[in-house]
Design a protein around this ligand. Structure first.
Ligand code: SF4
Length: 704
């Protein structure tokens, strides 16, 4: 009998959300290929996606059964699921009784499926009585969430990938999609190949592959983005490209915007940004004349102590030109993780509630409480990612449950994160791999099912919901995350967690969306399985989904007008360059690695692109500081040290250095970790860390 089975699923890496066909044969290894029928990738996969099967087939690193230690003096030992979850429930009950519900918290992930996100939030906010549940998506797109909400009234990405083929001018800001969203970028490349009139402008302090592809690269000084976008806004107004009718009828606060952009001359702006006035004029002209203008951005804007303000300044360019709500026009934030968007939908952050409801709004809290059948949702804001680890380090929080993420590599200021874990009374880590550095700090390790081993849904960058099929059984005693959380909830004595499967959880969430702007109450698993992925909202039976929002120019604000938000600060001044720390360090990703390498790091062919982390430094700086290509350099900030090899590169500006963020202690040594250097400094509005701006020194390392 041929038991070979081909299933449709979605790539588990980035927010592009490519469709995958996986061969799952119990007698053979899993193999994958791009799904030719999937609207996102039409059969293409990038280097990470096409090697996903190696991650599934190699189970040598997998956590196979629960492990627990009875005290820090003991090593962890294998326990049964009953012992593990009974202990977890006993510890949580005891801590909550003694110190209150805010003594515990969850730190989860944009790689969690929507059902997992939903159930973890229901558990924490509805039943444990704490809003201490945040996600690693806080580290990558929370600035965009705040900006969308304040501009459009809700966290809503207005456009689709299909708009790419309808646009003629693209502004890629603080993003390198050629490496980090490759299949989306391939779509842009194809569009440009077919249409030579298409122009791509890239704003980045580094000359990335995306910048090399672009027609214009504005290699600005780090932290000056708002000055640039305001200068473009000024030029658009002065040259008559503002859409006066749209601004008058569909926006608020234009005069305040006008006032701010007029405060800085183009000449001053160009000097501050390190570019030329002609470049600002040329870019403004292209945007002003564009039939279709799309801005795309990612971490370069979001990961900043002024990240929300940077988002405002970019979004304002779409508003002033009226280029939103029309085919081929609109702002488009690129999500880094596969289900960062799904997490946002179900309120998967410390300051959010499901279906875009607001934790600060008493009526919204009551709506959610009524839906879950609980008395109330706590009005106290929960700790956001960095705040949570600060609270653990200071002893304010006693226990943390980490799900599907590796904060011992990915959070800023790793010295403090280590202190937080050491100081916590109880640490639970629920994950698939021993390759996560965080596992070492766990009192209780819970083995989770991974990609292909469970079912559920995810939403990609363009609001497209995909169903992920279970194709194989998880190894050992690993269980789906929703099953683990519901089992724990029942042991806590909570009702409302008696779900037979992920589908029932999804249906509960769908019912909650009814009548909201993200209504998917008519989108069930059967439809997703039979028809494939669909973009929300899907507000009626047989509704085809929504590719573009705001086509009626009615935004989700009380006045139905979009709002020009005015940046409070136009330049990142969180640190000053000094003689002691003369460089600005930016951290980021490389083409073939994903986050903290717990999956991609075990695929040999993905390690050939970069086998180790290297610090990119300009030729002139190498000459001045007597650093040659391949030298080991010591990079120091006020916070810590990194020791890596230098790469003399023409891709960074003088005075700027770049270091990838993927490497952790377990994989190499602790002096490889970029986040030894970074700070817990965050944007006051979004609480997103300032990863793109750390002042450092760089010296050639001499062995003592
Ligand atoms: Fe996966 Fe993203 Fe690559 Fe597509 S572009 S295959 S979603 S990593």
């Amino acid at each position: 009998m041929n038991s070979k089975k081909k299933i449709k699923t979605t790539c588990s890496y980035c927010g592009v959300g490519c469709g995958i066909l996986a061969d799952v044969n119990p007698q053979a290894k899993v193999s994958v290929q791009g799904d030719p029928e999937h609207p996102v990738n039409t059969g293409m996969l990038c280097s990470k996606g096409m090697n996903l099967h190696y991650v599934v087939n190699d189970t040598s690193d997998r956590i196979l059964y629960p492990e627990m230690r009875w005290s820090r003096a003991h090593a962890r030992e294998r326990v049964t699921w009953d012992e593990a979850l009974d202990r977890a429930a006993a510890v949580f009950k005891s801590l909550i009784r003694k110190y209150g519900p805010n003594s515990v918290g969850f730190y989860i992930s944009g790689q969690c499926l929507t059902e997992e996100y939903y159930i973890a939030n229901k558990l924490a906010k509805g039943f444990l009585g704490t809003n201490n549940i945040d996600t690693n998506s806080r580290l990558c797109m929370s600035s965009a969430v705040v900006a969308y909400k304040k501009t459009f009234g809700e966290d809503s990405v207005p456009i689709s990938y299909a708009d790419i083929e309808l646009a003629d001018v693209f502004l890629i800001a603080g993003a390198n999609p050629a490496w980090n969203h490759p299949i989306l970028f391939r779509r842009l490349e194809k569009h440009k190949e077919k249409n030579p009139n298409v122009k791509v402008i890239v704003v980045d302090p580094r000359k990335t592959d995306s910048a090399s592809f672009g027609d214009i690269h504005l290699q600005l000084i780090p932290g000056t983005d708002i000055i640039l976008y305001n200068a473009i806004g000024r030029r658009l107004i002065e040259t008559g490209y503002a859409d006066e009718s749209f601004v008058k009828n569909h926006t608020e606060n234009f005069q305040a915007y006008r006032k701010q952009v007029m405060e800085t001359s183009l000449k001053d702006a160009a000097t501050l940004c390190g570019i030329t006035v002609d470049e600002i004029k040329e870019v403004s002209e292209l945007i002003g004349k564009a039939k279709g203008f799309i801005s795309m951005w990612a971490m370069g804007l979001n990961q900043s102590s002024i990240g929300t303000d940077k988002n405002f300044a970019l979004l304002n360019l779409s508003l002033v030109t009226g280029k939103v709500g029309k085919p081929g026009n609109g702002p488009f934030s690129l999500t880094g993780q596969p289900n960062a968007m799904g997490g946002r939908e179900v309120g998967g952050m410390a300051n959010l509630l499901a279906v875009h409801k607001d934790l600060q709004n008493p009526q919204h809290r009551q709506d959610v409480a009524d839906f879950w059948g609980v008395d109330q949702i706590s009005p106290n804001p929960g700790y956001t990612a960095t705040e949570m680890f600060d609270a653990l380090a200071s002893g304010e929080m006693k226990a943390v449950w980490v799900i599907c993420t590796n904060p011992m590599v990915s959070l800023p200021n790793l010295g403090k994160v280590e202190k937080a874990f050491t100081n916590a009374k109880f640490v639970i880590v629920q994950d698939i791999s021993h390759r996560s550095d965080t596992v070492a700090y766990a009192d209780l390790v819970l083995p989770a099912a991974g990609w292909l081993e469970k079912e559920g849904t995810m939403t990609n960058s363009e609001r497209r919901i995909s169903y992920l099929t279970k194709g194989i059984n998880p190894p050992g005693e690993a269980r789906p995350d929703v099953e683990i959380l519901c089992d724990f909830a029942k042991r806590m004595g909570f009702r409302g967690f008696n779900f037979a499967n992920a589908e029932e959880i999804y249906e509960e969430y769908c019912a909650m969306t009814k009548g909201t702007n993200i209504d998917i109450s008519f989108l069930n698993y059967d439809r997703l399985k039979n028809e494939g992925s669909i973009q929300w909202p899907v507000p009626a039976y047989r509704h085809p989904g929504t590719d573009r929002l705001f086509t009626d120019k009615k935004f989700y604000t009380p006045s139905q007008k979009a709002i020009f938000n005015i940046p409070a600060q136009i330049e990142n001044t969180s640190e000053k360059i000094s003689a002691q720390y003369p460089f600005v360090l930016t951290t980021g990703r490389i083409r073939d690695q994903w986050h903290t390498m717990t999956k991609t790091g075990k695929v040999a062919r993905l390690r050939t692109h970069y086998s180790q982390p290297v610090l990119e430094i300009s030729q002139l700086d190498g000459y001045i500081y007597k650093i040659k290509d391949g030298d080991v350099v010591e990079v120091k900030s006020k916070n810590g040290i990194v020791r890596v090899r230098a790469k003399i590169s023409n891709s960074v500006r003088n005075g700027v250095v770049f270091l990838p963020m993927h490497w952790g202690k377990q994989l190499e040594n602790d002096l490889n970790r970029a986040n030894n250097l970074t700070f817990t400094r965050v944007d006051p509005q979004s609480k997103e860390p300032d990863f793109k701006y750390t002042t450092v020194s760089v010296t050639k390392y001499q062995k003592p």
